[in-house]
Design a protein around this ligand. Structure first.
Ligand code: UDX
Length: 414
């Protein structure tokens, strides 16, 4: 397997067995694959000449109107189209692109550059990616489903036969459809999950108004109904990451252009934005004003098991804390380097959760790292000036904390 990127530093790092994103297990897997010659990185597209399958996995960042920037996809297709060899090389679109992109943009560009014809001497599929950051290996090896979109029979058949060989007796359900539907499935899936998060965050805010009410119990109980489903009902500070925010925006922009009402998705976005505001105003109220207060922020990554802070709620919330003149100290087990690049010297960086808690007025938990759930009440009460905890991820158990700390949490009625 050959991995191609135009970024020489990235290729060098990958060849040295150093992944460019954090995920447990990726580094050893990469080193193993490199050392036995099953993976190598390169910047040279000509190394694709013998490839039977070419996965296009480049980014499709947001543009101002919420749509997506296709320039990297186009440039990758131009480069790939110029070097294709063999009888029927199959180009597979993994990048998330709005419905119609593969048929109307990728296909003509690829045919022009390669001088080939899709379905005759060139294969083209849409094969959206559903892996989650932090569990990419598991999601790749054990996906819930595989979606294959194709216009011609041979491309679809070859793609399915590849997955059947790859997964053998563990082959998941495979949905074969046309290119546009496959592209739509990715957006529909992510928008639905984002909707679930905004839904549960709204219910959490209502729970907070009911004394003794607990969103965790509500979510667990409604999740037992298979029509609802128990996953993605974890109330928190709002969704972030490189997919949900971008994909919901792109879906809105696409649907608007097609004249379809987008109010549902706009509400999903608005609730997500206001969830950060909700955290800040709760903190302000509970702490008696944030100005001059030392706030220890535990967790910066947009979720646990990753070092990614793209569109992370932590950044929105820290910006608001700083606006309110709070003194912010931050700690995350793996996302410190990425955070430094964004927040620079506007906050204080701690080497551990405990260091960050020393003398703090407020502890704000924003990422569900396991190590934070192991902090005992004694740690908070001994180290903090005033042991006020706001748990935006519900990782601490209020029952076990006792009276030595003042515990508040998303979705917990007080
Ligand atoms: C998502 C999709 O899940 C995946 O299928 C797609 O391929 C890429 O986008 P990812 O962005 O890695 O994956 O993270 P995900 O686990 O989906 O979480 C997204 C955000 O929602 C995170 O900020 C997470 O903290 C938040 N979330 C998720 C909640 O707040 N509550 C939940 O119950 C689940």
């Amino acid at each position: 397997m050959v991995g191609i990127d135009v970024d020489e530093d990235k290729v060098r790092a990958l060849n040295a067995g150093k992944p460019t994103v954090y995920e447990k297990g990726v580094s050893s897997l990469l080193r193993r694959a490199s050392s036995c010659g099953r993976f190598s990185g390169t910047t040279h597209f000509k190394e694709l000449a013998d490839a039977k399958l070419i996965f296009i996995c480049v980014g499709t960042p947001s543009v101002e109107d919420g749509g997506i920037d296709l320039s990297v996809v186009e440039s990758a297709i131009r480069s790939v189209g110029g070097v294709l060899g063999g009888k029927f090389p199959l180009v597979v679109m993994k990048s998330t692109v709005i419905p119609g992109t593969t048929a109307n943009k990728v296909k003509p560009l690829l045919e022009r550059r390669s001088g080939r014809k899709v379905g005759v001497n060139l294969g083209l599929c849409s094969n959206p990616e559903f892996l989650r950051e932090g569990s990419a290996i598991r999601d790749t090896l054990f996906p819930d489903r595989v979606v294959v979109g194709a216009e011609d029979g041979r491309s679809g058949r070859e793609m399915i036969s590849f997955y059947k060989r790859f997964y053998a007796k563990h082959t998941p359900p495979i949905v074969l459809t046309d290119l546009g539907t496959a592209e739509m499935i990715k957006y529909a899936g992510n928008a639905f999950l984002a909707m679930k998060v905004s839904y549960i965050n709204t219910i959490a805010r209502i729970c907070e108004k009911i004394p003794g009410s607990d969103i965790e119990v509500v979510a667990q109980a409604i999740g037992l109904d298979p029509r609802v489903g128990g996953r993605f009902l974890q109330a928190g500070p709002g969704y972030g990451g490189s997919c949900f925010p971008k994909d919901v925006s792109a879906l809105i922009s696409f649907a608007r252009r097609k004249g379809v009402d987008t109010s549902l998705f706009e509400a999903v976005q608005d609730i997500n934005t206001s969830q950060a505001v909700h955290v800040i105003s709760s903190l302000g109220r509970l702490s008696g004003g944030l100005e001059g207060k030392i706030v220890a922020v535990l967790g910066l990554a947009f979720k646990a098991e990753t070092d990614d802070i793209r569109s992370a709620p932590s950044i929105r919330i820290i910006d608001a804390l700083l606006l309110r003149k709070a003194r912010v100290r931050v700690y995350d087990p793996v996302a410190m380097e990425n955070t430094r690049k964004v927040l620079r010297d506007r906050v204080t960086y701690s080497r551990s959760a405990k260091e960050s808690l020393k003398g703090a007025d407020v502890c704000l938990i924003l990422t569900e790292w396991k190590e934070f759930s192991r902090l005992t009440p004694g740690v908070f009460s001994k180290l903090m000036r005033r042991p006020l905890i706001y748990d935006a991820r519900r990782i601490l158990e209020s029952r076990k904390l006792g009276k030595s700390v003042q515990y508040h949490a998303i979705g917990l009625g007080s």
